[in-house]
Design a binder for this molecule. Structure first.
Ligand code: NAD
Length: 371
């Protein structure tokens, strides 16, 4: 009998959702389509054991729908672990809208998207991510209560990016303490890749501390704008990873730590805001460990934003937001030490703590159901 050989790519095509490499037992994946507004969105709900799945909406001009689905799956899973490691009663979710936020985002499209979020009855709560602004969330709020990241004028906690940046700064300091014996970043050479909302706010924190900052971005106008405000140098080369530096801060998109870059990275510490920095978590996490590079796990140190929006659900104020965000310093140090003790990558160490919290809650929830 002839054996049919089916390659991996064909298998993924035949099993487009549950067969995706990024599929990780997601509870629900919702495809939203609206002909009139041109909305095409995917909402990934990874896990709701700890609470409703909260995560931002990203609007991006994906090359194809596979990329969009992959992003929704990867990002929503990341949110599960981010909230669990931060100790928040939230599950993990994320939405992606396919399209160019600059030219295709209309109020009608955002309202229709809000209605789709509403139809999930609070199982998914949205917020802003790349391509979204606080004003978009204010608009979504007019059709559903299941949205956070609302402006302060409308009673929300406002733009989460400065808090995200502050958390990244705390995580970076902890990683510096671990790697260099001191958390003072004065004169440390730091490369910030991507100077959008979070990147610029991180530059401000670093600049106040007297770090030697290099910035890179694909948007030249942004580079010049930020250079005019802070004491920074624009990186003019085309292979940032290969530069001599103390700290690399990825603050653009994910997967910048990959097979191609890993062999070149000279940084002693990696600490940045971008989600999913490791192209392959297991493999690249371990390779970083072998190379002696101290990697502060992204989902741990970029949790400031979710701490900020969670305040809207739990009604806590700025003081508590700052306290919880500053605690990222302690958690990062603990995780870095755990990784060393257990001989695992720092990513794995953070993941294990988050997973054990989710497992404990699952058990508690099911015991509650039995009693
Ligand atoms: P943003 O869209 O404001 O900024 C991203 C910046 O990266 C832009 O200036 C863009 O031009 C630049 N960029 C894109 N591709 C690049 C490349 N290849 N090289 C260099 N620069 C590039 O987004 P943001 O809100 O600042 O978020 C940055 C990252 O942090 C994202 O990965 C996001 O998911 C993550 N994050 C953000 C928050 C938040 O509160 N905003 C919270 C957690 C995680």
């Amino acid at each position: 009998m002839e054996t049919e050989v089916i390659n991996k790519k064909d298998l993924i095509k035949m099993n487009p959702v549950f067969g995706q490499l990024s599929f990780d037992n997601h509870e629900q994946v919702v495809f939203c389509n609206d002909k009139d507004t041109g909305l095409k969105a995917i909402i990934g709900i990874h896990n709701t054991v700890m609470g409703p799945a909260l995560g931002g909406t990203r609007m991006w001009n994906y090359n194809n729908e596979w990329e969009a689905l992959n992003d929704a799956l990867r990002l929503s899973r990341g949110m599960t672990y981010k909230s669990a490691i931060t100790g928040l009663n939230l599950g993990g979710g994320k939405a992606v809208i396919i399209g160019d936020a600059k030219t295709q985002k209309t109020p009608e499209l955002m309202l229709r998207f809000g209605e789709f979020v509403h139809s999930l009855g609070g199982k998914y709560i949205t917020a802003e991510d790349v391509g979204m602004a606080t004003s978009d969330m204010d608009l979504v709020r007019t059709v559903t209560p299941f949205v956070t990241g609302i402006s302060e004028e409308k009673g929300g906690a406002g733009n989460p990016s400065p808090i995200t940046a502050y958390g990244v700064f705390m995580g970076m300091k902890a990683a510096a303490k671990y790697a260099f014996g001191s958390d003072i970043l004065e004169d440390k050479v730091v490369y910030v890749e991507g100077i959008g909302n979070v990147g610029e706010a991180l530059v401000e924190n670093l600049s106040n501390e007297g770090a030697k900052i290099y910035i890179s971005d694909i948007n030249r106008a942004r580079l010049e704008e930020v250079r005019d405000k802070y004491n920074v140098t624009i990186y003019e080369g085309d292979n940032l990873c290969a530069e001599e530096m103390d700290i690399y801060a990825p603050c653009a998109l994910g997967a910048t730590i990959n097979d191609a870059t890993l062999s070149q990275i000279k940084a002693k510490v990696i600490a940045g805001a971008a989600n999913n920095q490791l192209a392959e978590e297991q493999k690249h996490g371990l390779l970083l460990r072998e190379k002696g590079i101290v990697y502060a796990p992204d989902f741990l140190i970029n949790a400031g934003g979710i701490i900020n929006v969670y305040a809207e659900l739990e009604n806590y104020g700025k003081k508590e937001i700052i306290r919880k965000t500053e605690n990222i310093y302690n958690t990062t140090l603990e995780i870095l030490n755990n990784a060393e003790t257990n001989g695992v990558s720092t990513h794995q160490a953070a993941f294990d703590v988050a997973q054990s919290r989710i497992d404990a809650r699952r058990l508690k929830n099911s015991n509650g159901q039995l009693n």
